[in-house]
Design a protein around this ligand. Sequence first.
Ligand code: CP
Ligand code: NVA
Length: 307
Amino acid sequence: MKHFLTLRDFSKEEILEIIDTALAIKADLRAGIYKEELKKKTLAMIFEKSSTRTRVSFETGMFQLGGHALFLSNRDIHLGRGEPVKDTARVISSMCDMVMIRTFEHSMIEEFAAYSKVPVINGLTDSFHPVQLLADYMTLVEYGKEKNLVAAYVGDGNNMTHSWLMLAAKLGFELRVASPKGYEVNQEILTSALEIAKESGAKIVMLNDPKEAIKGATVVTTDTWASMGQEDEKEERIKAFKGYMVDEAMMSLAQDGAVFLHCLPAYRGQEVSEGVLESHAEIVFAEAENRLHVQKGLMVWLDKQRG
Ligand code: CP
Ligand code: NVA
């Protein structure tokens, strides 16, 4: 049995297999075919943070696969009142077939997985957002942008950046990350990505200059400057990230035909300009929709691993 906590635990072949499964499931859906591969199965979804895309995509996806999803906010279950993670894991995994968790500390999801009898999926922690990266890569494949990929991530060294590091390291493409001083990625995660990159041939470059990162890139991406849990730091972050907005001038440095991705929600006028987001809206909202398809692929794939 495999959990999906970070892309670090998955090989290139496995990542591509999940994407292929998702592409096939998406084609079926477009043709009105529902194979109900998770009929009568249940997915418990524990949310300790807000969500639009993650909740709607997992819940809808499970329904389309013939199963059922339970939305469990920490305000409603005893986890939020101090019931231990390990007890919650043992109880929920004795009744449900899969668990998705969105939480703060990555160690919480690791502890849950250690006590869970069923696969656990990371729906975002402070450290990683791997399901989003599956959707991002699937979108690049659909748009024919996965070849000769040179990705530029401009902004906060956060859960999204860490997952981009892992994806690049596993798949072997070039990734430049530009963050302001003091807001760089976690060193331990970077070291681990660089270690994996040695095998895959990925080129990972860390910078403080967003223009240098974007120059000649084929994919440009960013994320909010203040992630969930950092609301109190918002004002000081807006100051620290001055000059990091992906705007038209910045995008013009990228390769001709470069695409812009954003995991959403986007803060226009901060990490991205209104113009850049709207002129790349087609791919950005295809990326959001692909959360549905790729997570269906992931759940079917994880279920098959269990045999
Ligand atoms: N991108 C993403 O995970 O969105 P939500 O926070 O709305 O789930
Ligand atoms: N970095 C953001 C991603 C939201 C999908 C956050 O953690 O809030």
